[in-house]
Ligand binder design. Sequence first.
Ligand code: FAD
Length: 385
Amino acid sequence: MADVPHDDHTAIRESVRALCADFPGEYWRALDRERGYPVEFVAALTKAGFLAALIPEQYGGSELPLAAATAIMEEIHASGGNGAACHAQMYTMGTLLRHGSTAQKERYLPAIAKGELRLQAFGVTEPTSGTDTLNLRTTAVRDGDDYVVNGQKIWTSRAEHSDLMLLLARTTPREQVAKRTGGLSVFLVDMRTAKGLTIRPIRTMMNHATTEVFFDAMRVPAENLIGSEGEGFRYILSGMNVERILIASECTGDARWFIGKATAYARERNVFGRPIGRNQGVQFPIARAYAQMRTAALMVREAAALYDAGRDCAAEANMAKLAAADASWAAAEMCVQTHGGFGFAEEFDIERKFRETRLYQVAPISTNLILSYLAEHVLDLPRSY
Ligand SMILES: Cc1cc2nc3c(=O)[nH]c(=O)nc-3n(C[C@H](O)[C@H](O)[C@H](O)COP(=O)(O)OP(=O)(O)OC[C@H]3O[C@@H](n4cnc5c(N)ncnc54)[C@H](O)[C@@H]3O)c2cc1C
């Protein structure tokens, strides 16, 4: 593994690395083949309390700063593992924490902190509207003490491995809302008891427990509405910065893993009677990937520091995600090239990580949409859509 960052989280990084050492490449490779869920890994992370890092102490979490949470996710990825199986358990609860009622927080957060309750399904994206979230079609209509939900979500990751889902649905038709972003509401759906809920796994190019979810007159108690009806879009957005910063740290972790692998291989692989790493044609892409990773890590650090200081970090969270996803993808490409044919062999894990890290150019937000955000909101260029 390349380069361990110097920051205030050395002890956390060391314990995450020690935990990950019990889950080597063979573990992830076997799961990748069968598209299996890393049950043992998630259980170990939960038991160690890492997934409750951002939950306040009063609810049984460790109330660590976001910067510490980025160290956890980065080390998982730098160790060759993948936090996508459970990263949402860390941040999805943020919407409940910031906008839920006291009763909701007391009911759910302690159990989430203990790992007895899993809240890691996030139902926002739909097949027809895609990135255009305000155009989503799933509806929730009040009926007595319940809301009745009809519609469909896609790419709802971990739905089969979660007890609760945070669901965004339309409660007021778009043409009746006063402001563009109004009329959407957030619900906490208890999937253990929900009727009219169907989950279908989607097989993807990497091992990612993602699904499509169908709602057919699914009743959700009105007490499970988070915050005020119609304000859901704002609540969801407020959690997205944390998601972007954490996933950016997974990307810098991936980049460190690729760089570590490539550097070791370039030192030991002899062709034409000398290590391939003596050729600058091999050295320079590794050095460039390293510089790109370090630069991205700085933006992740800045975004997390702003968030931890309670300041606006939307631009920085987006730039961290953009820079880190580019850094991990560039490092992945470099690592395959440095390994020549062996880059394609399963047992080196490179092709697996290559497939895994490709996702972050698209999810949780695509590169184009980040550029569009920066153009419009930071550079004050005309709105394009
Ligand atoms: C493995 C996986 C896991 C996921 N997990 C979840 C999850 O747990 N919960 C959830 O809600 N969602 C999840 N997603 C969805 C993810 O957030 C979306 O796939 C992503 O935001 C892109 O949306 P889309 O796929 O609908 O693409 P689209 O919106 O259809 O866009 C397609 C392409 O067009 C580009 N594009 C669209 N509009 C514009 C524009 N105006 N200007 C320039 N370019 C544009 C996009 O950048 C993209 O490259 C997941 C996706 C994947 C693949």
